[in-house]
Design a binder for this molecule. Structure first.
Ligand code: AMP
Ligand code: GLY
Length: 425
C-alpha cells in the first residue's frame, strides 16, 4: 500500500516510523514532511493546510490511504475533500473536528450530555465578558474559542489580568479571529493526564496514558510551549480512574458526537484533569498529541496501519490494539530562545540509535546532505525501557549524544511522574 501522511513534525515522524513496521506498506509520502522525516518517507514539501495539494498528491502517487495528522487541515475539512475523491482517510471529518476547532462547541456538548468539565460561560460580546470577570471567582481561565496553536488559554489570578485577557482576545485579537468568541471557565486543580484514543465512531479504544510538560523551563517555569517532553504511562492514571473515565467521559463523548450527527473517526485526544471531585475534561483534540505520540506509539505492539484501516472502515471492535507494559520517555531538544526568537540553520549531528531508542525530527531541513535546524522544537529523543526511571535515563542519554549549537532541553522531564510513583508506594 502507498500511504500519504499530512503534516511535518515530530508527531508525524513517529506515525510514519510506526506505519513502516507493517510489511504491507510500500511507499510513504509526507506532505510537507521535513528534512529528518526524509529518511523514512518521500517528502513532498508544500503546506499541510493546502487541501487541493493533498488531493493532487493522493492522485499523483497512487495513494491507498491518507493519514491527516494536524488539527488545522482536519478543522478545514481535508478529510471530507479526500473522501469525496475516493481516498480513504484516518482522521475526523470537518463536522467532527469541530470538537477541537471550537471550544464553545465542545463545552456546550459536554454540558448537554453531562460530561464532567469546568463550569463556564461563553461570550461574543465584549462588554458582557468584561462585566462577568468583575464578579467571577478567581483565578479564572479565559480561552479563545478557535485554534490558537495551543496558546489560546490565559489563566488569570486577578481581575485586572482577566480584564486584560478578555480585551486582548476580543478587542486586540491576540489570537486572531479565534478570539471573537471567548469561553471563561472555572479554574481547576489536579494532575493532568493525556489520553489519546482510537475511535471509529462506535467503539473507543484508549491508548496508554501520558503526561506532557508544557512549560519551557524546569520546574514548570517559563512560557507555554507546544510541549517539551512526555512520559507514558502517566502514573496518576490508575486503572480505577481509567474505568471511571471510560464510563463518564470516553463513551459518553463518542455517543454524544454520534447523536449530534457528527460521528468521530480517528484519534480523539482527551486532555483530563484529575480533580478532588473526579476527572474533568480540560480539552478535546481531534488528533494525536505532539509530543504525546512520541511516547505512545513506541509502546504500541499491534500494527498501527491495521488499526487505522479499521477506524476508517468502522471495524475497530474486531481489531487488536495491544500496548506494551513498558514505559517511554521523550525529551524535546529545542533551539535556545524557543518559544520566542531562536536561530535557524544550525547543523545537527545525530548518533546511531539502538532498538529501543528513537529520534523524531520536528524542525529540520536538509541542505547538501546536511541536516539543519529549521524550527524551535527541533527533535525528540525517545526511549522505551522496563520502567519509568530507566526510560527517563535512556531518553536523556540519547539526547546527550545529539548535537546542535544552542540546543536546550528541560532536565526534569518525568520527575513529577516519578514523584507520583513514590507517593503511590
Ligand atoms: P489547553 O490549551 O486547553 O490545553 O490549555 C492549556 C493548559 O491550560 C492546560 O494544559 C491546563 O494546564 C491549563 N488549563 C486549561 N483549562 C484550565 C482550567 N479550567 N483550570 C485550570 N487550568 C486549566
Ligand atoms: N501536547 C499537547 C497537544 O498536542 O495539544
Amino acid at each position: 500500500m502507498n500511504i500519504l501522511v499530512i503534516g511535518g513534525g515530530g508527531r508525524e515522524h513517529a506515525i510514519i516510523q510506526k506505519l513502516k513496521e507493517d510489511p504491507r506498506v510500500e511507499k510513504i509520502f509526507a506532505l510537507p514532511g521535513n528534512g529528518g522525516i526524509a529518511a523514512d518517507a518521500i517528502c513532498l514539501g508544500g503546506s499541510a493546510v493546502d487541501i487541493p495539494a493533498a488531493v493532487a498528491a493522493a492522485r499523483d502517487n497512487s495513494i491507498d490511504f491518507v493519514v491527516v495528522a494536524p488539527d488545522d487541515p482536519l478543522v478545514l475539512g481535508m478529510v471530507d475533500a479526500l473522501e469525496a475523491e475516493g481516498f480513504p482517510c484516518f482522521g475526523p471529518r470537518k463536522n467532527a473536528a469541530v470538537i477541537e476547532g471550537s471550544k464553545a462547541f465542545s463545552k456546550d456538548l459536554m454540558k448537554k450530555y453531562g460530561i464532567p468539565t469546568a463550569a463556564y460561560e461563553t461570550f461574543t460580546d465584549l462588554s458582557r465578558a468584561l462585566a462577568y470577570v468583575e464578579a467571577c471567582p478567581l483565578p479564572t481561565v479565559v480561552k479563545a474559542d478557535g485554534l490558537a496553536l495551543g496558546k489560546g488559554v490565559l489563566i488569570c489570578e486577578t481581575r485586572k489580568e482577566a480584564r486584560e485577557a478578555v480585551r486582548s482576545m476580543m478587542e486586540g485579537r491576540l489570537f486572531g479571529d479565534s478570539g471573537a468568541t471567548v469561553v471563561i471557565e472555572e479554574f481547576l486543580t489536579g494532575p493532568e493526564v493525556s489520553v489519546l484514543s482510537f475511535t471509529d465512531g462506535e467503539t473507543v479504544v484508549p491508548m496508554v496514558s501520558s503526561m506532557d510538560h508544557k512549560r519551557a523551563l524546569d520546574g514548570d517555569q517559563g512560557l507555554n510551549t507546544g510541549g517539551m517532553g512526555t512520559v507514558a504511562p502517566n502514573p496518576y492514571y490508575t486503572s480505577e480512574i481509567a474505568a471511571e473515565c471510560m464510563e463518564k467521559i470516553f463513551l459518553p463523548t463518542i455517543r454524544a458526537m454520534k447523536a449530534e450527527g457528527r460521528p468521530f473517526k480517528g484519534c480523539l485526544y482527551f486532555g483530563l484533569m484529575l480533580t478532588a471531585e473526579g476527572p474533568r475534561v480540560i480539552e478535546y483534540n481531534c488528533r494525536f498529541g505532539d509530543p504525546e505520540t512520541q511516547v505512545v506509539l513506541p509502546l504500541l505492539e499491534s500494527s498501527l496501519l491495521e488499526i487505522m484501516l479499521a477506524v476508517s472502515k468502522g471495524t475497530l471492535a474486531e481489531t487488536e490494539v495491544k500496548f506494551s507494559q513498558k514505559s517511554a520517555c521523550c525529551v524535546i531538544l529545542a533551539s535556545r530562545g524557543y518559544p520566542q526568537k531562536y536561530d535557524k540553520d544550525l547543523p545537527i549531528t545525530l548518533p546511531a540509535t539502538e532498538a529501543d531508542e528513537r529520534i523524531y525530527i520536528a524542525g529540520a531541513t536538509e541542505k547538501d546532505g546536511k541536516l539543519l535546524t529549521s524550527g524551535g522544537r527541533v527533535l525528540g529523543a525517545a526511549a522505551v525501557a522496563e520502567d519509568l526511571p530507566a526510560a527517563i535515563g535512556k531518553a536523556y542519554a540519547l539526547a546527550d549524544r545529539i548535537h546542535f549549537d544552542n540546543a536546550f532541553c528541560r532536565r526534569d522531564i518525568g520527575q513529577r511522574a516519578l514523584k507520583a510513583l513514590e507517593e503511590k508506594k
